[in-house]
Structure formats: C-alpha cells, structure tokens
Design a protein around this ligand. Structure first.
Ligand SMILES: Cc1cc2nc3c(=O)[nH]c(=O)nc-3n(C[C@H](O)[C@H](O)[C@H](O)COP(=O)(O)O)c2cc1C
Length: 409
C-alpha cells in the first residue's frame, strides 16, 4: 500500500527529555513509511541523543543552531524549512519547549522554525515528562493554549517513568506517534481548498444601557473549532464571532461583532460569495426595544420592566436567499429535540441541522467536548459519540464535503 507519507517532509523537533534516546528509532519508522525527515535538536536534547546518530538515520543534516558556524548566508534556513514541512512534530516535547511554543519564544532553531510555519502546516506535540511536571497547572495551561491554536496534543501514557516513579508522562509508543502523523497528513490533504466557508460563533450581546447587556452562555468553542479545522483543510474561512475569550484561529479572517443586528449585517455582506455557511452562533432571539444612552439608575420602586423586541432570524433570511450555498444550522433544544430540530430544518430551508445535547455532562456550552447528531434535509439522523469539539468539527466538515460533492458546489 502506498503510504500517505511518501515524499512528505516531517520536520521533527526533539527536545531535552529522557525519551529523546528513542528518537533515532522514531526517525527510522518515519523514513520506512516514506517520509523525508528533517531533525531539529535543542541543546538539552543533545544530552540524550547525538546529531550524528540522527543525521545517519535521517540521511539529512541535523539542525541544532540558529546561527550555524559552518554554513555562510544560511540564516533564512528556518523559513525555507518551515515552508517545506508537511507536518511539524515535536517528540518528545519538554515542559520547557511546550511553554516556549505556547508563548511564542524564538530562542533556538526549533522554536524559530515553529513560528515560521505557514498556518496550514499541522502541528503535533508529544509531551513526555515526569508526572508532576505534566499535571502542573502551568504545563496544562500551556498545552491548552496550543490545543486552542488547533495543534494536536498526543496524550502521554501512564507507566514506569525514568525517575523510577509510576504515573502519567511516558512518551506514547513510537508506532502510535507514526500512526498519528499518517492520520494528520492524510487529513491535511486540503480537501476544502478552493471553498469559502462562512462560520458564525459565540453569543451576541444585546445592550440594555452603556454598562449592561443580555446574553447567553455560548463560549464560541464549537464555531472556533470549525473555523480552525476548515482553515487547516485548505478553505478560505471567515469567522463572524460575538464576544468570546478565545484566541483567533491562525489563518482565519475573524470579524468580531456584538449584537445580533451586527452579526446579521456581517453575515449577509459575505453570504453571496460563500460556498458553505455554518451558523454555530447562539444569536439572541430578542433585543431591548429602546437602549438607554445613560446608565439606568436604581429606582426606589421594587420592579423594573424591560421591553424586548424580536431580533431578525438570520438563518431564516439566509435560507430564503440561498442559491448554491450549503447552509447548516445548529440547534440546542431541551425538549422534543428531534421534532423541534426538524421543524427548524424545514422552516429555514437548511441543508442540515446539527443538534447539540443540552442536558448531558460533556455537551453544549462552555465545555471542550460535545454530543451531536446531524439531521440532513434528505432525512435520517447521523449520530456521533461524545468527542472533542475539535474532532467533531472535522466530522461536520466531512459531512459538508459530501453534500458539496453531491450538489457540485
Ligand atoms: C536527566 C534529565 C532528564 C530530563 N527529562 C525531562 C523530561 O522527560 N521532560 C521534560 O520536560 N524535561 C526533562 N528534563 C528537563 C529539561 O532537560 C530542561 O527543562 C531543559 O531546559 C529542556 O530544554 P529544551 O526544552 O530546550 O530541550 C530533564 C533533565 C534531566 C537532567
């Protein structure tokens, strides 16, 4: 069978963890799968594995310095190498390098090349360290930053560690790392290239006065995961988001909005040029009829009434305007969910609706995982087990791709 790694360049960053001694074998396995392997070594990694061994198995010069002493005029080497990468793998990744990658430091060849990667290059990070280092809030927060950036974190395994202690922190089996590289390169085939995808995310805020608003619990995580996954698969992505606390996905055109009316304007302006539109935002159904220009004072009277008016139904408007676009809505229902979602699907002229489970742990707003079902307009229900929003984003995009192939969009 022809390997997907045939002719691909795997840029392998090796850092100063004890598991670095295993990396000549990792290089050998990647080469066996057909990859061209370009090794980068940190200074600490040289304590555990030699450039000579890695250069021999990779059949490529091993890069260890930002300023190589013997190669004149080669200071742009990191830019060229970053552009050649099909995938950037850091294995083993120390707590120190994870922190540097999370915060954008560029003090060695590995961190420089990481920063020079084009946004389409997938990044896989395989942390390996002592259990206390791994579970430390600083390491976990740094890993979360990298995860939010769309990188793949290969979870370390539990077992006997170099320290003699037992716990989580072991580098996964080398074959599991190679399998992941294969999977990622196969997925990074750019199957959405040439497509323009418009995605809405997050809540909207409906002002009451200059200091107060009505909103909801949407975190924007699902919409951001969709935007990041679509960008990695080669799409041109425009992400219209309400106020969220998430970093903008790399390579995505992010348009920040506040209210439902702002969101409507930004989406409608871009709708005509979109091939796929995914409305993952939790748009407020109502807004305050007259927003006060000044802060509303606390009156002595006991009650206070706000008059609300209906916001435009953005999905419905898009459903009416729709020509070639694939239009996907999201629904979060608390009762008769399938029936309500189907009504929404039909009344808004959608191609499919993604139904979120609201009442189960690990699903819905704020959390990183979700439980979804896709209801296509053509009938039936596609069920998915609980999974990370980042993984489900790819499954939703796979579904959009099959629709687009059927509709020749
Ligand atoms: C014997 C030894 C083993 C080490 N193993 C690890 C490890 O497995 N994981 C880790 O994060 N750090 C480990 N360290 C600490 C790193 O080498 C240290 O943080 C270093 O600054 C990492 O540099 P680098 O990230 O540039 O490679 C180890 C240190 C020593 C002395």
């Amino acid at each position: 069978m022809k390997s997907v790694l045939n002719g691909k360049t795997v840029v392998l960053g090796i850092t100063g963890g004890i598991a670095a001694y295993k990396t000549p074998e990792l290089v050998r396995l990647l080469k066996k799968a057909g990859a061209n392997v370009q090794v980068l070594l940190t200074d600490s990694a040289k304590q555990f594995v030699t450039p000579t061994a890695l250069g021999t198995v990779s059949e490529n010069p091993v890069l260890t310095d930002i300023f190589p002493k013997d190669v004149q005029g080669s200071w742009t080497v990191h830019i060229h190498l970053a552009r050649k990468a099909s995938v950037f793998l850091v294995a083993p990744a120390t707590a120190n390098t994870i922190a540097k990658l999370a915060h954008g430091l560029a003090d060695n060849i590995l961190t420089n090349i990481y920063l020079a990667l084009p946004p389409t290059v997938p990044v896989i990070i395989a942390p390996a360290m002592d259990t206390d280092m791994f579970v430390h809030p600083a390491t976990q927060a740094n890993l979360e930053i990298l995860r939010q950036r769309g990188h793949i974190i290969l979870p370390p395994e539990s077992g006997l560690l170099a320290s003699g202690l037992t716990g989580i922190g072991r580098l996964p089996e080398l074959t599991a790392i190679v399998d992941k590289v294969n999977e990622v390169v196969a997925g990074a085939k750019g199957d959405l290239s040439g497509k323009t995808i418009l995605i809405s995310a997050g809540p909207t805020r409906e002002a009451i006065d200059p200091v107060r608003y009505i909103s909801n619990y949407s975190s924007g995580k699902m919409g951001f995961a969709l935007a990041s996954a679509a960008q990695k698969r080669g799409a041109t992505v425009q992400l219209i988001s309400g106020p969220v606390h998430l970093s903008p996905p790399v390579g995505v055109d992010l348009i920040s909005v506040e209210s439902a009316l702002d969101m409507q304007t930004e989406i409608e302006n871009r709708f005509i040029k979109a091939d796929v539109v995914i409305m993952a935002a939790a748009v407020a159904d109502y807004r305050v009829k007259s927003v006060s220009d000044t802060k509303i004072k606390k009156e002595s009277s006991a009650g206070f009434e706000l008059e609300l008016v209906k916001n435009p139904d953005i999905l419905q408007t898009l459903g009416k305007k729709k020509k070639k676009q694939i239009l996907i809505g999201f629904a979060l229902e608390t009762d008769n969910e399938i029936e309500h979602a189907r009504q929404k699907l039909v009344s808004k002229n959608l191609d499919a609706i993604v139904l979120n489970k609201a009442n189960e742990p690990g699903a819905g707003f704020e959390v990183d995982t979700n439980i979804i079902r896709i209801l296509p307009a053509t009938g039936g229900i596609i069920e998915f087990p609980k999974a990370l929003k980042t993984e489900l984003a790819d499954r939703i995009l796979d579904f959009c791709l099959t629709l687009s192939e059927k509709n020749h969009v």
